[in-house]
Ligand binder design. Structure first.
Ligand SMILES: Nc1ncnc2c1ncn2[C@@H]1O[C@H](COP(=O)(O)OP(=O)(O)OP(=O)(O)O)[C@@H](O)[C@H]1O
Ligand SMILES: [Mg+2]
Length: 240
């Protein structure tokens, strides 16, 4: 049997705040395969961002296991985790997180900088990536000269340019109107299949989540639904 891309077993992330324990992610069991497109849906505070941070090796579980390509992330050192984040994961955020003093193409180049690509290749690849998101003619514009949807497309180009195995997008449509949000999801879907990336997107928006081939539903840190392809989400398997 092939090793799944991700395997989570009882993955938990608790935060201690004063005297209380906040169960941000509470015993999640989950298997994700390569090239899946998955939406994580749930109300504010349900643990979507925390779960994405575990998947992106930005945080470690308090207990349980997060296996990526068969490797338990908690056994990796800081250097190995940093390497994974640079090479295997691409991140997209609600606030776009572009560098405001850099042009669109320079922002995309920043996504490649850690890979030690020559300057010429860097520019070539970044411009090609901007073409893929439909922004070749905006390459030399600053973020402030672009609309929100365009800025998010630059951020998508930046996230994908190093050809990551996984793209983790935390509320990528949260700052956009519904039309731009729909366009962004369509673009992510198209690019994921073209580049063979797995896409994991968190969203409040049930309509957007319903477009994803697989839809996970979080509530109070628990995975309460896991449904495929427009079907009503089925309750997640009980542990034990
Ligand atoms: N660093 C932290 N310290 C303490 N509590 C935290 C921390 N990060 C998250 N939490 C808490 O964990 C819970 C889950 O937070 P998380 O940000 O994962 O939710 P979310 O589903 O992404 O919410 P939103 O839709 O508002 O972004 C919340 O109750 C939050 O307050
Ligand atoms: Mg969040």
């Amino acid at each position: 049997m092939q090793t799944p891309l991700y395997e989570l077993r009882g993955a938990t992330r608790f935060f201690q705040l004063g005297g209380t324990t906040i169960k941000a992610v509470d015993g999640v069991d989950l298997t994700l395969d390569a090239e899946e497109f998955v939406a994580i849906e749930g109300p504010s505070g349900s643990g979507k961002t925390t779960l994405l941070q575990l998947l992106g090796a930005l945080d470690r579980p308090s207990s349980g296991e997060v296996l990526f390509e068969g490797r338990d992330l908690s056994t990796l050192g800081d250097g190995e985790l940093a390497e994974l984040r640079l090479r295997s994961f691409g991140f997209i955020f609600q606030q776009f997180n572009l560098l405001s003093t850099l042009t669109a193409v320079q922002n995309v180049e920043a996504g490649l900088a850690p890979l030690r690509v020559s300057a010429g290749k860097l520019r070539e690849r970044s411009l090609a990536m901007l073409s893929e998101v439909g922004l070749r003619d905006r390459a030399f514009h600053l973020p402030s000269q672009l609309s929100g949807g365009e800025q998010q497309r630059v951020a998508i180009a930046r996230a994908l340019t190093a050809e990551p195995r996984v793209v983790l997008a935390d509320e990528p449509t949260g700052n956009l109107d519904s039309r731009s949000g729909t366009d962004i999801i369509a673009l992510l879907t198209e690019l994921a299949s073209k580049h063979g990336s797995t896409i994991i997107v968190s969203t409040h928006d049930a309509e957007l989540a319903a477009r994803a081939p697989r839809r996970l539903i979080m509530h109070d840190g628990r995975l309460i639904g896991d449904g495929k392809n427009g079907k009503e989400a089925a309750p997640a398997k009980k542990r034990g």
